[in-house]
Design a protein around this ligand. Sequence first.
Ligand code: M6R
Length: 606
Amino acid sequence: MCGIVGYVGDKDCADVLVDGLKKLEYRGYDSAGIAVFQNGEIEVEKSKGKLADLENKMKNEGKPSGHCGIGHTRWATHGEPSDINSHPHGNKRVSIVHNGIIENYKQIKDFLTGKGYVFESETDTETVAKLLDYLYDGNPIETLSKMIDKVRGSYALGILFKDYPDTIFAVRKESPLIVGLGENENFIASDVTPILKYTRKYYLLEQDEIAIIKKDSVKIVTPENEEITKEVLTADWDVDAAEKGGYAHFMLKEINEQPSKIKTTISPRIQDGMPYLEESGITMEMLKNSKRIFIVACGTAMHAGMVGKYVIESLARVEVTVDIASEFRYRNPLIEKGDLVILISQSGETADTYAALKLAKERGATTVSVVNVKGSTIAREADKVIYTHAGPEISVASTKAYSVQLSIMYLFAFELAYAKEKISKERCMELTKQLMEVPDKLAEVLELKERCQFIASRLVNAESLLYIGRGLDYALSMEGSLKLKEISYIHSESYAAGELKHGTISLVTEDMPVIAVATQSNLLEKTISNVKEVKARGAKVTVICKEGTEIGKDVANHLVTLPAMEDMLMPMLAAVPMQYIAYYTAALKGCDVDQPRNLAKSVTVE
Ligand code: M6R
């Protein structure tokens, strides 16, 4: 949430900042701004709205010209999106950009008001800007060190002090921040995407470390001003990965990348035809001894966990509880030593998932994270990490990250079931082989684009939709429903098909389209009965099923037929038509597909 970028070097700073913010806009996009040193003065430009609004403003009014500066793209927490509430905040002496939440901003504000400070914005960030101004005595490190003592909450801060016109200062607590290391130029950024064009080398800033960044040097110190030697990391994402590559939207590109990303994620984890998670520290011994499993995550990642639960329980016969992280952290869960807690997160920075991780560790459970962003907080702090290799996911609506999370859930379930001696080596190899076939089958599923486009054209005027399924199909329909509502703004619910008659079916009319997922052979008849029930009440029904399933015209208005695989693996295929239907419905409605209203990628606040 919120993107930060900073640049010092020979290039035109405003251009580099705006270009960098474009790469970070997925983190928040309700306002943007930059602060640049121009002839020794801090010049600020900011604007409500998308980055394009800031660019237009600078086109009309002129952009600050200089070689050192900071920029920000915002997702509002305190105060509505407006010019005044946009970052940077501060004055002619100190200017800051901030990602995170200042918990004690009210106390700081009251204190500073008592000292005669007047506040213009409704943001928590302005209190830090003014606090820095109040504490500043000519020594930035001492000032930042005092600030660290006084401020509670989460922050990644990029800071300019007027007296240091060739230097960016940066500090972080909980919110992520990296320092990009270029040739005669250096950067700060919320993640690696803005720096990839210039360099792959970077430092990961740790809690309360202070970075002093000049064109030709980067120094990292503790709050006590002791220099720290840090490991230089290398980003392995492609520059192209953060570009649309000819697709109309990142979401469409990311949907189409799924076969290759699944292959890259599972291939290194298969040895001699068997799942092999040892490189992530998941040993057979550990799996054999694990008692209960908790899967904790948010949103789409939680839906991947739901699929994981069904597969693990049915194959390995181990009890799995799936929790929404924001519930788990406050429900005093019964976890103890011996339990395995799996945290799933694309960004690795989701605040609630991170809190759940800390809680699980406190209670003595073994923690395993399944994370896409290398070096992110959840990846680093879990006992073990299994990286998914989806590459950067830019669209706010998660697609490829979900598929790779699913692929890891399967590998984990297969290996666990084998370790627990619930399946034979032959069966484990057979399942693994089928998982390896998923990318090719998915390539076929991607060809269903036009069919899904047509179905989307029938949904575009709906006010409300219902997604139904049983078992794994229910877990999948939860994801289908979330995808549609978050980007098309059409209300939708997912419901266990067998539960409809207990109340929700009263909503069904000819105006409420229903999407039924029916890929599980053992549940097919039951699901079809439920479909007939909604059809009898006028609903127009789309059924997603697999090849060879007989669905009469009296059952479905529209059919999406998937290549056949073992039932258990069908969610990997069925996810794609759901994503396509959501995508095309939103695109036909003219919605801002990649940046839906009110949302942001990487939810680093509670
Ligand atoms: O980065 P995470 O995987 O932890 O994010 C979790 C959710 O915020 C995320 O999946 C969200 O639900 C997406 N917008 C869904 O498309």
